[in-house]
Design a protein around this ligand. Structure first.
Ligand SMILES: CCCCC/C=C/C(=O)SCCNC(=O)CCNC(=O)[C@H](O)C(C)(C)COP(=O)(O)OP(=O)(O)OC[C@H]1O[C@@H](n2cnc3c(N)ncnc32)[C@H](O)[C@@H]1OP(=O)(O)O
Ligand SMILES: Cc1cc2nc3c(=O)[nH]c(=O)nc-3n(C[C@H](O)[C@H](O)[C@H](O)COP(=O)(O)OP(=O)(O)OC[C@H]3O[C@@H](n4cnc5c(N)ncnc54)[C@H](O)[C@@H]3O)c2cc1C
Length: 648
């Protein structure tokens, strides 16, 4: 064990196990999670070659093998609780992506949420037993965001009681779905529904695309892999062209909207229910932001504790790079954000399940807030985590650029979360749409509840606009900082609403007014989400009874809130003491930095980083890893070089 990292752990002011238990939910939950992780880590079937030294095809084959083994073993162990399955699978995956990822994350959830009971009876046994392997095919070459313009059609033929599916143009070819290229034999296809000559908009259909016996593409189906990407090498994101593919009427997902045998159409209670799977994944991505950032911080902070470089004072030994204030300023606000997003991820998951419970009972009243919250927090947390991972990589200097640091893989895997499941700017604009609506309702005297209840205050404080209210912040008091964030959000929502109003008064159209105000609208959403994150971090503190853990998390929460103010200082009244206070917080966090990342409890197998190893023995492992590079298998690799040298 590296002596520097041992000393860091001895000097921590709190018990890492207590904090880990809190993050897991309880000591028993930590025990069980670790037990499940060790099932994978000690299983010889899950020891594999380093994917960095494999070709794309080898990686795909290995991912398929791994996914199939996971299915068998989960059955053998009798693990059926969704949270426990998630622990098992994320440990087994490590640096591999799951070949059947979309089957679990989108195909099955869509069947659970959008099938009628009869449809569930037919499809769930097939899907849960992996006879029907599925994906979610929505995006087309021509459209990802503006799904109302998707061109794939499903036309009902009453004479045979079938839908006929077609991708009539090049731009309508389905493009991107994970697992579509080679793995899936079914796809949930989002298509424009036509019946009795009328288009009823987008609906979801279960489309068999490959033979369940031979795995050959079915007649009318052209399907394949879209080629190498920035990351996700082992995933076969695919294309799909459908030409007169016929499916039975019962293959339309009919929990909400229905087509009768004679072709008559029954409307759903809300036309946004077809988009339910996207809301679910957006809500879950918030927790993934926390995981990607906490992993990156674990690597960068552990490595910064064992890396020595430069001189602080002439003649003295080189310090740990974690002692440089600049290094702390890069990493500790990200560490604070990783904790904040962990709590926000838990909240988002709970909120999703609570509100969908109401939706299942026929109460759709909270759907707009759920959509706005999931869209905004997905965008806010992924943007921060995405930028943060890259900061962590650069904070490791040259070694951060090596694949064995683990950071390049975390980055390329995480960065598409800013794009998929709703491009981030577009998602922020969706949240803004909700906020402006709420602002107008509050001005009309309606009482708002939930995360937007702060907009009620503008009514109470009329005629003084929120923008002219002074911001007096006690920088040592989290409650006061929450108020400052609340006021900033209220102010920026007001600015956006007034910009829209101003544009409309110039008598341009609603749509142009919206486009001309989109900078203000995105800023309003960003401020709203930032407020929600600070508020939830503060709320979490009130649940913590252990004083040492409370104290260290309070320091992180203050740093998160104050650092956010310095990044957006124009929106807050300038407070000259904030930078000084931030510097003091960095000093306070410094003795606990390693213990705080230890509390995330990533074991070495899952972290898969030579720089972030628990024992801190980074240089020995880097050398061992380099020796395994395929280029090192022979002493002379290229005979071209050999010939050049010989000629000399
Ligand atoms: C590990 C996981 C791997 C994941 C792999 C990736 C998978 C994928 O990427 S799957 C494809 C994901 N695609 C998207 O996310 C597409 C993004 N686009 C959209 O979601 C929508 O088209 C839109 C939200 C950008 C706009 O929809 P549109 O129909 O044009 O709606 P309007 O802007 O006119 O709004 C109408 C109305 O509906 C509300 N609304 C929109 N979406 C939802 C929703 N999901 N749930 C509930 N409500 C929604 C919107 O707020 C408007 O409300 P009102 O203001 O009351 O009219
Ligand atoms: C790794 C990966 C996996 C994926 N997996 C799947 C999958 O399994 N299934 C599936 O169906 N799809 C999948 N997708 C597709 C993904 O959902 C889309 O790429 C995503 O929704 C964005 O759409 P787009 O590519 O059309 O971007 P575009 O909408 O073309 O975005 C391009 C730019 O235009 C801007 N823009 C667009 N509209 C507006 C607007 N209204 N206002 C302001 N700015 C705007 C955006 O902000 C962005 O800057 C995947 C994508 C990736 C990268």
């Amino acid at each position: 064990m590296n002596p520097d990292i041992c000393r860091e752990r001895e000097n921590a002011t709190f018990n890492t196990e207590t904090l880990t238990n809190m993050l897991d939910g309880s000591a028993e939950k930590t025990r069980r999670r670790r037990e499940i992780e060790s099932l994978v880590i000690n299983d010889p079937d899950f020891q594999h070659d380093d994917p960095n030294f494999m070709s794309r095809s080898e990686r795909y084959d290995a991912a398929v093998k791994k996914s199939s083994q996971m299915i068998m073993k989960l059955r053998d162990y009798g693990i059926s609780d969704p949270e426990e399955i998630y622990f098992y699978k994320r440990t087994a995956r490590r640096t591999f992506h799951e070949a059947f990822g979309l089957h679990y994350t989108m195909f099955l959830p869509t069947l659970y949420s959008q099938c009628t009971p009869e449809q569930q009876k037919k499809w769930l046994p097939l899907a849960e037993n992996f006879k029907a392997l599925g994906t979610y095919a929505q995006t087309e070459l021509g459209h990802g965001t503006h799904i109302r313009k998707l061109e794939t059609t499903a036309t009902y033929d009453p004479s045979t009681q079938e839908f006929v599916l077609n991708c009539p143009t090049v731009s309508s070819i389905k493009w991107w779905p994970g697992g579509l290229g080679k793995t899936s034999n079914h796809a949930i296809v989002l298509a424009q529904l036509y019946t009795l000559g009328k288009c009823h908009g987008l609906h979801a259909f279960i489309v068999p695309i490959r033979c369940m016996k031979t795995h050959q593409p079915l007649p009318g189906v052209t399907v394949g892999d879209i080629g190498p990407k920035f990351g996700f090498e082992e995933v076969d994101n695919g294309y799909l062209k459908l030409e007169n593919v016929r499916i039975p009427r019962e293959n339309m997902l009919m929990k909400y909207a229905q087509v009768e045998p004679d072709g008559s159409y029954l409307k759903p209670p809300s036309d946004k229910l077809t988009y339910g799977t996207m809301v679910f994944i957006r809500a879950m991505i918030v927790g993934e932001s926390a995981r990607a950032l906490s992993k990156s911080c674990t690597i960068a902070i552990r490595y910064s504790a064992v890396r020595h470089q430069s001189e602080l004072r002439p003649g003295e030994p080189e310090p740990q790079i974690l002692d440089y204030q600049a290094q702390q300023y890069k990493l500790f606000p990200l560490l604070a954000a990783a904790y904040a997003f962990t709590f926000v991820g838990q909240y988002m998951s709970d909120t999703y399940h609570r509100i969908t419970g109401h939706i299942n009972q026929g109460d759709f009243s909270q759907l707009p807030e759920l959509h706005a919250l999931a869209a905004g927090l997905k965008a806010f947390t992924t943007w921060t985590a995405n930028a943060g991972i890259e900061v962590c990589r650069m904070a490791c200097g040259g070694h951060g650029y090596l694949c064995c640091s683990g950071l390049p893989d975390i980055y390329v895997t995480f960065t598409p979360t800013c794009t998929y499941e709703g491009e981030n700017t577009v998602m922020m604009l969706q949240t803004a749409r909700f906020l402006v609506k709420c602002y107008r309702q509050a001005r009309e005297g309606q009482q708002l509840s939930g995360t937007v209840s702060y907009l009620n205050e503008q009514q109470r404080l009329q005629p003084q606009p929120v923008s002219s209210r002074p911001t007096v912040v006690n920088i040592n008091d989290l409650a006061s900082l929450v108020e400052a964030y609340k006021l900033r959000a209220a102010k920026l929502v007001e600015v956006a609403a007034k910009s829209l109003q101003g544009e409309l008064q110039r008598s341009i159209s609603q749509e142009d007014a919206w486009n001309n105000s989109s900078i203000e609208l995105v800023r309003a959403s960003d401020a709203h989400c930032h407020y929600v994150v600070v508020e939830l971090f503060a709320a979490k503190l009130s649940e913590i009874s252990d004083t040492a853990v409370h104290s260290v998390l309070n320091t992180l929460a203050l740093l998160y809130a104050l650092h956010g103010i310095t990044l957006n200082s124009g929106d807050f009244l300038q407070l000259s003491q904030i930078t000084q206070r931030i510097k003091a917080l960095l000093v306070e966090i410094r003795p606990n930095a390693v213990a705080l990342v230890d509390s995330f409890d990533y074991n070495d197998e899952m972290l898969n980083s030579v720089l972030g190893r628990y024992d801190g023995n980074v240089y020995e492992s880097m050398f061992e890893w380099a020796k395994r590079s395929p280029l090192n298998r022979t002493e002379v690799r290229s005979f071209i070089i050999f010939n050049i040298i010989q000629k000399k």
